[in-house]
Design a protein. Structure first.
Length: 397
């Protein structure tokens, strides 16, 4: 396919730079996302206020997602991805160089980087799915491309969590706040490399935008995905956004052990994405997309009541394996009913449902004070419901 833009061969070669960008972004954003609740606790900010700060971050992130997606429809999705990486660069520099707690709180909210520290966190950004759909056609090819990116991003996430683990040993004798600040500066450099490689990635010529927002057919499909993401995101915000802080409070774990738990989960995520990318699907893919989401919720419910941190680590790894397996499938389904000219806006609105509803993390911060298992349990229940609703709304009639 050649529409006057880059050739198919150049587009395929450009996949490597896109992959490199997601690798650097994954390392950076995973370290920042895992460490941030712990860093704020070390600054003597109470857990309920940490939840409120994350609510503010997620609100800013949601607005940024929508705006950058609309920009991508008009001038190119590379620019959406670059816009998404600039706050990561900004917040990493602020966390590294600024020592005033009030300024840090404001900058963290305005940076809008908050969210769950899942193995695919660095892959998903406004314009990512749209760019894959624009540059490559066919459900199987899109699943394959997304699977490879998710596999690589998950492996890179391991490096991000290992920085949290290794800080205790690489900088012995230093306070945890000093260790965090040292690595935040390195994460700023990785965010810069992510922006650089996105800028080098070729993109097919955009179709002329015929509507202010999107066509009706795109809107119908987007509305269904938005609703399921709203439920799923509420579960994630409730059960996972503050998980590093939850692990510290419940089991009194040091930072390096929390980093190790997330490292194992990212290995599982990478394995799931790798298997998903290589599999040929005989049944309608909606079955796999919804079932994996249900299993993720069940494992979160189990995690809420396990008495030992090692059992929680195993259950979390199992959950993340199914997350890695199902994510490429759902990504292909979510963009499958979207007109090419609407890909950026539609995927951003879909992501808006996921991001905005993660503001339930504000409630999680207060519920942790009431009952430690409660927010994780409620998060799992919401994810089970989201998997069922996903199947009912998006299965082919």
């Amino acid at each position: 396919m050649n529409d006057g833009g880059p050739t198919d061969a150049k587009i395929d070669r450009g996949f490597k730079t896109l992959l490199l960008s997601r690798i650097f972004r994954s390392v950076s954003i995973i370290y920042v996302t895992i460490s941030l609740p712990l860093f704020l606790l070390d600054l003597n900010i109470q857990i309920e206020y940490v939840g409120i700060i994350f609510f503010g971050m997620i609100s800013v992130s949601s607005l940024l997602s929508l705006v950058s997606g609309m920009i991508g429809d008009r001038i190119g999705y590379r620019y959406s991805l670059i816009i998404a990486d600039i706050p990561l660069l900004f917040i990493s520099l602020v966390l590294s160089l600024v020592h005033n707690v009030e300024i840090i709180e404001i900058a963290v909210i305005l940076g809008g980087v908050g969210g769950v520290a899942g193995g695919l966190r660095g892959v998903f950004a406004p314009g990512m799915l749209a760019m894959i759909a624009k540059n490559w056609t066919g459900t199987q090819k899109r699943i394959s491309r997304m699977g490879l990116i998710m596999f690589s991003g998950s492996l890179a996430s391991i490096a991000g969590s290992l920085f949290l683990y290794a800080g205790h040993f690489l900088l012995p004798g230093y306070k945890s706040v000093t260790i965090f600040r040292t690595f935040y500066l390195l994460m700023a450099l990785f965010a810069f490399f992510s922006i650089l490689f996105v800028a080098l990635t070729p993109e097919r010529k955009s179709e002329k935008k015929e509507t202010l927002l999107m066509k009706r057919s795109s809107g119908t499909h987007t509305g269904k995905v938005f609703l399921t993401n709203l439920i799923q995101g509420s579960g994630i915000g409730m059960g996972l956004v503050l998980l590093p802080a939850w692990l510290r409070i419940r089991f009194s774990l040091p930072n390096y052990e929390i980093g190790l738990i997330f490292t194992f989960s990212y290995v599982a995520t990478a394995l799931g994405s790798y298997i998903s990318a290589r599999r040929i699907y005989k049944k309608p893919v909606i079955y796999y997309g919804s079932l994996t989401r249900v299993v993720q919720g069940i494992m979160l419910i189990v995690m809420a009541f396990l008495p030992l941190s090692v059992l929680v680590a195993v259950a979390f790894a199992v959950r993340q394996f199914f997350g890695g397996f199902g994510a490429p499938i759902r990504s292909a389904i979510n963009i499958g009913g979207i007109e090419r000219q609407d890909l950026g806006t539609a995927s951003s609105i879909q992501g808006l449902g996921m991001r905005a509803s993660q503001g339930s993390s504000a409630g999680a911060g207060f519920l942790i004070k009431v009952s430690l298992p409660l927010p994780v349990f409620l998060g799992g229940v919401l994810q089970v419901i989201a998997g069922y609703v996903y199947f009912k709304l998006l299965k082919e009639k």
